[in-house]
Design a protein around this ligand. Structure first.
Ligand SMILES: [Zn+2]
Length: 388
């Protein structure tokens, strides 16, 4: 058991025993643990525990969390590894795109009640080396069962502390592989997907061009002609709406030793999404029998996009969700050499929840890129007007 976890657990117990102590305003407490035996053996098993530390009932989204397993696999990439790019494992599981949740997807916890889930991370994460990884996870809690996708009141995103996860790559989990439920697409499905694909390609290409057109340099200072001019990005209202604000005046490259604004990361992510669409994304039709009924699809660890029956209920383009937007979303996820890949964040599945994300999370969230790209302005291809 890691020291960090012990601390987290003590903090939870203290908050239960001493209700007078302020423990933020969190209604739930979330902890992650690797048992001592698992840590010694290098088995990446984790137990996640959610406890209601408030004096009122609370709910958490069970489907968008490590609590909902599909044949022993997590239904999404719910674990965050720290330590810099390339240092953590590669996620090779599914990130299911679920566009709506039902009241029964929210699990109620009465005051003092807890729920735990245990899972093996080895089928879904490829760990490059033996050793210790730093990992956290979280859940989204509510003070009521949300009534629709736009209801984000009383919502809290709760994270565990970072835990040391001890991993031996010699350990291989014994798992039943997910049942193969790929079926041939019907002619109608192929036609719709083909149209959606062309739209997705056009929109992503337009968005990339617009991003490039947003940059400009300060004029060169005649007193310091050798000083590299500062690069700026024009504020596009849609950009700010989906990906958040940045501080243009803060020290940043080319000033030495300063962090980027993340605008370059956004560009690289849009660019990678475009390259994946241009490289002929592999798409299959899937019955998705074990998935949530509102699952539109997922990208698997091999970069193949699986489309589920619910996807074909959506319009090809337009509306709150579309087959086009689903393809953009899935293309943004794929892990390859084209550039950054996006993640699904717990509880982020609608325009409201995506817009509510702080910038550091928004710039890596698949839903935010999906909406940002599908929100391409009128004028450069009016047919792209998808989301308003
Ligand atoms: Zn996704």
């Amino acid at each position: 058991m890691s020291r960090k976890f012990v601390f987290a657990r003590l903090a939870v117990m203290a908050s239960l025993a001493l209700p007078g102590i302020t423990f933020a305003e969190d209604r739930l407490s979330v902890a992650i643990e690797q048992s001592l035996d698992d840590a010694k053996a290098g088995r990446p098993y984790v137990t996640v525990t959610v406890t209601n530390v408030s004096d009122a009932p609370a709910w958490f989204n069970r489907v968008h969390s490590p609590f909902d397993l599909v044949e022993g696999h997590a239904a999404g990439n719910w674990f965050r590894f720290e330590g810099g790019r390339g240092a953590g494992p590669v996620f090779i599981g599914r990130q299911q795109l679920i566009r709506a949740f039902y009241p029964e997807d929210y699990e109620r916890l009465d005051p003092g009640a807890s729920r735990s889930t245990s899972l093996d991370l080895s089928p879904d994460y490829r760990f490059p080396n033996d050793g210790t990884y730093l990992v956290s996870t979280g859940v989204v809690s509510f003070d009521h069962v949300p009534t629709d996708e736009g209801d984000i009141s009383g919502r809290q995103w709760l994270k565990t502390d970072l835990m040391e996860l001890h991993v031996s790559t010699a350990y291989v989990g014994s798992f039943t592989p997910l049942a193969d439920s790929v079926i041939p697409c019907t002619g109608e499905q192929e036609k719709g997907t083909g149209q959606a694909y062309v739209k997705a390609l056009n929109m992503t290409s337009t968005r990339e061009r617009l991003n490039k057109l947003s940059y400009y340099y300060d004029p060169v200072d005649p007193d310091q002609p050798d000083k590299p001019p500062r690069k700026h990005m024009r504020r596009d209202a849609k950009y700010v709406y989906w990906l958040g604000e940045w501080d243009d005046d803060a020290p940043q490259p080319p000033d030495d030793g300063h962090e980027d604004t993340d605008n370059a990361k956004v560009d690289a992510t849009v660019h990678a999404t475009l390259l994946r669409l241009r490289s002929d994304l592999k798409i299959v039709c899937d019955l998705c029998p074990k998935s949530h009924p509102e699952t539109r699809g997922w990208a698997d660890g091999e970069g193949i996009v699986h489309l589920c029956p619910a996807n074909f209920r959506d319009p090809v383009i337009g509306g709150i969700s579309s087959q086009t937007a689903t393809l953009i979303h899935e293309a943004s996820h794929i892990v390859d050499g084209y550039g950054p890949s996006t993640v699904d964040l717990p509880g982020v599945y609608s325009r409201e929840t995506a817009h509510a994300l702080p910038r550091p999370e928004a710039v890596r969230s698949a839903a935010n890129y999906e909406y940002f790209i599908a929100n391409t302005p009128l004028g450069l291809g009016a047919e792209n007007a998808d989301i308003e």
